[in-house]
Design a binder for this molecule. Structure first.
Ligand code: AMP
Ligand code: MG
Length: 415
């Protein structure tokens, strides 16, 4: 049982490309109807279109007076106030004539005949008339009917992940319920003879299972459903049974057992399922031994299930999920695989590493606006979850750099 899969260790960008290419071939499963707020973090299975023009009327964007801009050629101008339009009301049946103005509030429909709104700050009310002290251009302080969207226009295409802005759009077009894709079920299988569950009292050489929990949290945050399988010992027979169970789900995430150790059995056992390994490592740190592939849960089964063998070190597990698992999970959720979103920030203190690997080092982004700075957090390597919890991002070190000087603008991946 020492046969390891044919090794294919890819550069970070190549491994990303492989994951992305596979993700593009995946499709979500069933759909369900959900009350609008339950769609948060999930993916739309229907197009959402404007049910009417947005805005549905020319909307005033300031409190002030609706006017004919041409009436303000000579200043100050004195106009007759013919009424008031509050938000939710209309200036019933009246068209604004020349020399006339209507008092108007933000969000109210601009009356017919008016072509601009003068801010109240530039006016002085004198009984039935108003003195205007500043000119306005035609169209100023008005959002025209349908300028944000026309009735029937596509606002949110199928495949959109629902966040607060998308929920606002759906609410705005009257969708109390939306059709979303059902969450894919993701098997989570931690392996290792030393691993015990969180409620067990660990012996002197035992380690509590944190990976199944961090991964469940990451899977849930990605809008999918984690299915935690029992901890697998480094025993090929038990491992095989649990892998078989996991391959029945929509995606299988294993942790541990993917290095070159004598008891790293994940790859050889997966090979017994006729697994196709798309890569067996990536030139990254942490997370170098990460494995990606697909296998059939039973010989002759119609479809294959994708799996990731994530390295057991907890920070490696977290990083490899973020950079490799997410695109596949997005696709199974019905969303586009998606790009990683990097920001740049000024480096606080010099960083020295070795060349050859793309590094994702736990770091802390602090400050605001143009004072934003990033610095590494102190850590003892990829087993140091406490350091990871003190970090709010990863500082990305390109593989060809052995030194990043303080003050350089560097890439940061948020977590
Ligand atoms: P492995 O990848 O199996 O060689 O494990 C690498 C390191 O990660 C070892 O120190 C393990 O004890 C630790 N580890 C493996 N699996 C887990 C887990 N589920 N939770 C916490 N630590 C783990
Ligand atoms: Mg192990």
């Amino acid at each position: 049982m020492t046969v390891h899969a044919q090794s294919a260790i890819l550069a970070f960008c190549d491994a990303r490309r492989v994951v992305e290419q596979q993700a593009f071939t995946l499709h979500p499963g069933r759909t369900e109807l959900a009350p609008l707020l339950r769609s948060r973090g999930r993916v739309l299975a229907e197009d959402i279109v404007a049910d009417r023009d947005f805005p549905p009327f020319p909307r005033a964007t300031r409190d002030g007076y609706a006017v004919h801009s041409a009436d303000l050629a000579a200043l100050p101008a004195k106009l007759t106030v013919i009424g008031e339009v509050r938000a939710g009301s209309i200036l019933d049946g009246r068209t604004l004539g020349r020399g006339e103005a209507a008092e108007i509030m933000t969000g109210a429909p601009v009356p017919e005949g008016a072509d601009a709104v003068v801010m109240v700050e530039y006016t002085a009310r004198q009984g039935a008339s108003v003195e205007i002290q500043r000119a306005v251009a035609a169209g100023e302080n008005i959002v025209p009917t349908g300028s944000e969207a026309r009735a029937g226009q596509l606002l949110l295409p199928r495949g959109t992940r629902m966040g607060f802005a998308e929920i606002a759009v759906a609410a705005g077009v009257g969708k109390a319920q939306v059709s979303i894709y059902s969450s894919p079920r993701v098997g989570i299988l931690s392996t290792g003879d030393e691993i015990v569950d969180v409620d067990a009292h660990p012996g002197p050489s035992q380690i509590r299972n944190s990976n199944s929990y961090s991964l469940s949290a990451q899977v849930e945050a990605a809008g999918a459903e984690p299915v935690r399988l029992p901890i697998a010992p480094d025993d090929p027979v038990v491992l095989k049974h649990l892998i078989e169970e996991g391959l029945e789900l929509d995606l299988l995430l294993l942790t541990g057992g993917v290095s070159m150790g004598k008891y790293d059995l994940v790859e050889p056992v997966l090979a017994e399922f006729g697994a196709e390994f798309l890569f067996t490592g990536a030139q990254i740190q942490p997370g170098r031994p990460v494995v990606f592939g697909r296998a059939r849960c039973k010989p002759g089964a119609g479809s294959t299930t994708y799996f990731f063998g994530l390295p057991g070190n907890p920070v490696s597990t977290m990083v490899t999920f973020e950079i490799f698992v997410r695109p596949v999970l997005n696709a199974l959720c019905g969303a586009p695989p998606g790009k990683l979103r990097f920001l740049t920030a000024r480096l606080g203190s010099e960083v020295r590493t070795k060349t050859g690997l793309t590094r994702f080092l736990p770091a802390q982004l602090s400050g605001e606006f143009d004072r934003t700075e990033v610095d590494l957090v102190r850590w003892q390597g990829s087993g140091d979850v406490a350091a990871m919890a003190r970090a709010n991002c990863f500082l990305v070190v390109p593989p060809d750099r052995e030194q990043l000087p303080a003050g350089e603008m560097v890439s940061v991946l948020l977590r």
